[in-house]
Design a protein around this ligand. Structure first.
Ligand code: G1P
Length: 292
């Protein structure tokens, strides 16, 4: 496996989660015991990622604090014999190197990724959106399968996709698959289409692999009606230039948890808390009493 770099855009304002996100990043909201970003780093680490660049923005510094080394805390935990907590907090043991850069203005996902141009250099890289967890009982290996598909098909882009109900297509980027296979060529894609204009109900699921040629495609992409540079539009441009774009389907057991709005955040938190090995059984009992 040759791809070692990942970009994690976390600059979004999180307005759909106000007031919870008034002074804390949505990516730091807890899901069960851990903040969302920690799940993402654990997933990427399992898939061989060694360098992670967070594209942050105003009010996001607690993400950096979370991944900082904290010798005082580590010492206190060690003295108290809390080995299990130590395991979960010593990120540097994973060997992931954390870097941060800032998107200075809110100009869309494409613009956020452009901030990673120097970081990526001439090498392909992974993009993992900071507001999605994939897999519950164990982290998903979708990024590994994306890398494998990217390499096997000599693609310029590989995208994870998930099936969504037709009435939700307007919330996502939606792809047009060329076949029914697990890994398939994408012949077109549209960002947040109307239901009647959607090319399928396979939605972009927040994990991608890109060749560095993405950056020139983003630079040629125009701003949309909201003044944003859409990543999906840049990928569409790559397709029009004759580059190969492949999709990899997420199986049901590797469900994607979207934390971008309260409805799915609540569902995600409850699902993770109810299945927590330590606190889940008691919570399930409590929930049954509440629901009587
Ligand atoms: C972004 C992407 C979209 C993708 C979605 C997945 O949209 O632009 O293509 O389907 O993430 O979560 P956002 O949720 O940031 O509006």
């Amino acid at each position: 496996m040759s791809i070692r770099n990942a970009v994690i855009p976390v600059a979004g304002l999180g307005t759909r989660l106000l007031p919870a996100t008034k002074s804390q990043p949505k990516e730091m909201l807890p899901v069960g015991k851990k903040p969302i970003v920690q799940y993402i780093i654990e997933e990427l680490h399992l898939c061989g990622i060694e360098r992670a660049l967070f594209v942050t923005g105003r009010g996001k510094s607690s993400i950096e604090d979370h991944f900082d080394d904290d010798p005082d805390l580590i010492r206190t935990l060690r003295e108290a014999g809390k080995e299990d907590l130590l395991e979960e907090l010593q990120y540097e043991r994973m060997g992931v190197h954390f870097l941060y850069t800032r998107q200075r203005r809110q100009r869309g996902l494409g613009d956020a990724i452009l901030c990673a141009e120097h970081f990526a250099g001439d090498e392909p890289f992974v993009v993992a959106l900071g507001d999605s967890i994939i897999g519950r009982h164990k982290p998903s290996l979708i990024v590994q399968r994306l890398i494998a598909a990217f390499e096997a098909h000599e693609a310029s882009c590989a995208i994870a996709v998930e099936e969504v109900p037709m009435d939700q297509v307007s919330m996502y980027g939606v792809v047009k698959p060329a076949s029914d296979s697990e890994v398939f060529e994408i012949t077109d894609l549209v960002e947040k289409p109307k239901r009647e204009e959607a090319p399928s109900n396979w939605a972009i699921a927040g994990r991608y692999v890109f060749a560095p040629s993405l950056f020139s495609a983003i630079k040629q992409t125009g701003f949309d009606h909201r003044g944003e540079l859409q990543l999906t539009d840049a990928i569409r441009l790559m397709l029009r230039e004759g580059k190969r774009v492949v999709g990899v389907r997420l199986p049901r057991e590797e469900k994607r948890y979207d934390i971008g709005n309260f409805e799915s955040y609540f569902e995600t938190f409850v699902e993770f808390a109810l299945t927590d090995p330590e606190f889940g059984p008691r919570l399930r009992q409590h929930a049954r009493e509440l629901l009587k």
